[in-house]
Design a protein around this ligand. Sequence first.
Ligand SMILES: *[C@@H]1O[C@H](CO)[C@@H](O)[C@H](O)[C@H]1NC(C)=O
Ligand SMILES: *[C@@H]1O[C@H](CO)[C@@H](O)[C@H](O)[C@H]1NC(C)=O
Ligand SMILES: *[C@@H]1O[C@H](CO)[C@@H](O)[C@H](O)[C@H]1NC(C)=O
Ligand SMILES: *[C@@H]1O[C@H](CO)[C@@H](O)[C@H](O)[C@H]1NC(C)=O
Length: 538
Amino acid sequence: MVNPACSPKAMCLLSLVSLGLTASIPRQQNNNVLITIPASVPSTASSPISPNFPGFAFEQASWVKYAQNGLGTTNNFTRNLIASVTSRTGGYPIIRLGGTSPDYGKYIPSQVEPALPVAEQNNFQDVGHTTIGPSFWPLAKNFPNAKYMIQVPLADTNVSEAVAWTKAAVSAIGLNQIHSIQIGNEPDLYRNDFTGEGGIYLGPPRYQGTLDNATYVSIWTKYATAIRKAVALPDRFFTAFDVAAHVEDPSMASWLFDVKTCFGLGIDAGNNVKEVSHHYYQNVAGKAADLQAGLMTLSVTHRNLDYLKPRINWLKANRPNIPFIINELGNSLFRTNSYEYQARLGSALWAVDFYLYSMTIGVAAINYQQIMHSGFDLWLAWNSAGVPAQVFANYYSQPFIADFIGNKGKARVAKLNAAGGPANLAAYAAYEDGVPKRLAIANLEFWNSTAGGRARTFTPITLTVPTTVKSVKLTRLNSPYGAGATADSIAYAGSHWQFDNRGIEIQGWRADTEILTVNNGAVSFLVPFSSAALLYFS
Ligand SMILES: *[C@@H]1O[C@H](CO)[C@@H](O)[C@H](O)[C@H]1NC(C)=O
Ligand SMILES: *[C@@H]1O[C@H](CO)[C@@H](O)[C@H](O)[C@H]1NC(C)=O
Ligand SMILES: *[C@@H]1O[C@H](CO)[C@@H](O)[C@H](O)[C@H]1NC(C)=O
Ligand SMILES: *[C@@H]1O[C@H](CO)[C@@H](O)[C@H](O)[C@H]1NC(C)=O
């Protein structure tokens, strides 16, 4: 898609057209939606959201290119894009290095390359043949303010392999830059007949076979004990579970390795569990025509997240100091990529709503996954196999979420009623010190530039605010092209990110921020279909 505007002035005109503010463009509206901001924190609100809530994750071999440039020094593009998120919350980046490839990988002390085979945009992660060498871990030092979640192999029945990885990682990175050691990746998918790339057999006796609750707890605790015997680690330093998304039946992830059962079987007997984690992918990637049904249908996204509630609530009631996190997230699985489904404004809006809804049900953090070949990435760090380094649409969800969380570490989040709203519109409020500070509106109703040539539809919103609110600032995540837009026409709060600037935020790229006047205790505004808005109260 061609960038429609080359000058800030042109962008400005375009944004007015896109918002239906010019007289000549016909404007469609759906019903007026009424949202009332409760003056005090609703009883359903979350605990305060951590400034480290939006974290990052990289498949092991892919991390090499995300972490460094062609000169072997820090990849500025990656660094700047991460900083645009963490500078908004005041947190530090939590970076998870893991995936199926390292779980079946080998640590080779004599290997010169950090990771083999080298990850590219057009090769799939090489499950069964991935090897890393000692030069892999020092890449972590390229991001001195990050803390790492280091996955070590559990799939390999040779426990010394997990010990060797942990030793190498801890000695190169240092304990103060390690958030946790994560034993195993998606152990609920280990199978007696598992095969990796090229049909390589990855089952017993060399690798674990099919597990149940008891065998999972028994091997997980065995590995944790062996690692702690070999490496001095504090209590509660391990991430546990890391179960897979089951796109064939998303409810499965919530019972296959049952939290209550596994704690009952003693997974935490050695005071080792720092957090319980899950992975999530909504489905298997489709085509552009599937975007609306696959990623922009809130009832599907919210139902899948609701499956996690029993375990989140069990932890809250029984192990209140052990958070529940999603440490690997992507919108959809696919062997290579389908950018027209996985990397569009509609995909970014899915992420916005996913993060917001997750906060309301008690998810404590999310690490967004990136793999060189995957279509759901936030950005591509290098020119690779003919595809230029670039920011993808999904990236725009991250600064939005970061601003919603704010930089006080105090935001408590509640989903609000949006009376008369369309099915795919949701509103979320953030409270600090007992008062409402921000409101996010995710309007995932579908509109695309081609949608049968129909003019864009807008949802009119009347927002009733507490008497303490004197002023309301409205910012937008939007593109004039709607759900099918690529990153080059997307702006968030007027800002744009692109590779040319090495991912440094370009402020004022589009003028679509508004200050709204409070009239009789309410403000009125429009939210275009397939866009999101973030409002600030003062
Ligand atoms: C990366 O950024 C640093 C600091 O701005 C700069 O010194 C360095 O030259 C940059 N490296 C590359 C390869 O652009
Ligand atoms: C187990 O792993 C260790 C550490 O990588 C390695 O030195 C050893 O040779 C492995 N043992 C077997 C039987 O493969
Ligand atoms: C683990 O325990 C739960 C709860 O009893 C059970 O539903 C589930 O089937 C068990 N998982 C496996 C893999 O057997
Ligand atoms: C949106 O419109 C563009 C331009 O016609 C088209 O290429 C794309 O496939 C559409 N995307 C969706 C998700 O409908």
